[in-house]
Design a protein around this ligand. Structure first.
Ligand SMILES: Nc1nc2c(ncn2[C@@H]2O[C@H](COP(=O)(O)OP(=O)(O)OP(=O)(O)O)[C@@H](O)[C@H]2O)c(=O)[nH]1
Ligand SMILES: [Zn+2]
Length: 299
């Protein structure tokens, strides 16, 4: 029995990274009644067919978490890449991505890129106080890249960022084999590079994987639909000390009298932009009912 992690799935074939290398596998129908179809990021065991060296998936470990689109399981870390240099990142995008990560039990990390042009002091201060980790980097000068490399080592990470923020530049700085690795996997599969709509895990130097995600838009939309309004407050770590301190039980922390969260925003303990993002997200999910979530499947 060989253990591994699914890096890519195409047309019923799964490409599993194992101690013996990358193994092409098929899955039997047996998973349909339990976890469903195998997805990228799944931890699996497999058996090798002596005839041709291909594998058969035997078991899929219970998922720590999963996203729907892109379909990926067991993410340890979501990195929201932002920039205070043009194109300046809307903090709402960062807050949406980090809220999803926190809600799904993944670590969240905000990375402010292009510090050679603008150090992003305001953004940095906002997240430093939020309870969400924040790092400053420059893909051009290499500042902060070692620290970021430390944070992703040995883990499965997804990078999200608005177009032009420098996500590709940061990834290439992080791992010189990043670009080459994409080609290597695609060649083995023999389908060239026309597979970008599928999410794929790229092994990185020193252990760990990076999931390529197409950008903020595809990352957030469908996931956010699955957060209940009353759970949203827990996706903002800095709200935690105030939850339960409001005058009314079930306070939404939007504009209620005697709200402890609003008081903390007023006296500067919670950043205004963070609360604005919370309110915007709250409005978008407040009519969602519990039964709609279970219909959606994963939470
Ligand atoms: N000054 C400066 N420019 C940077 C830095 N990182 C990236 N850029 C520039 O920003 C532009 C966009 O960089 P990309 O790496 O292509 O950005 P991306 O986020 O991958 O963009 P998409 O492919 O649209 O998702 C390029 O012109 C880069 O040279 C940085 O640290 N400092
Ligand atoms: Zn409140």
């Amino acid at each position: 029995m060989i253990e591994g992690i699914i890096l890519k799935g195409i047309g019923g074939f799964y490409y599993v990274d194992t101690a013996e290398g990358l193994i092409e596998c098929k899955a039997r129908g047996r998973f349909r009644k339990t976890v469903g179809k195998p997805i990228v990021g799944d931890r699996v065991t497999l058996e090798i067919q002596p005839e041709d060296g291909t594998g058969y998936l035997q078991t899929i470990a219970p998922r720590k978490n999963s996203l729907i689109r892109p379909a990926v399981a067991n993410l340890d870390l979501v990195v929201a890449v932002a920039s205070a240099a043009p194109p300046v990142t809307d903090p709402f995008l960062i807050d949406k991505v980090t809220a999803i990560a926190v809600h799904k039990n993944m670590d969240a990390l905000v990375v402010i890129n292009k510090t050679d042009v603008n150090p992003g002091d305001e953004l940095y201060e906002t997240y430093r106080r939020s309870g969400i980790e924040v790092l400053r980097v420059s893909a051009h000068t290499g500042e902060g890249i070692d620290a970021l490399r430390e944070r992703i080592r040995g883990r499965v990470s997804a990078f999200a960022g608005n177009s032009g923020v420098g996500k590709s530049s940061v990834l290439n700085r992080l791992d010189s084999s990043f670009g080459a690795e994409v080609g290597a996997i695609s060649d083995k599969i023999g389908r060239g590079k026309h597979t970008t709509r599928h999410v794929e895990l790229h092994p990185i130097e020193g252990g760990g994987y990076i999931a390529d995600t197409p950008g903020f838009s595809s990352f957030e939309t469908e996931q956010m639909d699955l957060v209940l309004a009353e759970d949203l407050q827990y996706a903002f770590p800095e709200f935690e000390p105030y939850i339960g301190q409001c005058k009314f039980t079930g306070c939404a922390h939007v504009k209620e009298k005697g709200c402890a969260v609003l008081a903390a925003v007023e006296n500067g303990e919670i950043a205004k932009t963070r609360h604005e993002s919370y309110v915007k997200l709250y409005e978008s999910v407040k009519d969602l009912k519990e039964w709609e979530l279970t219909k959606g499947g994963t939470r």
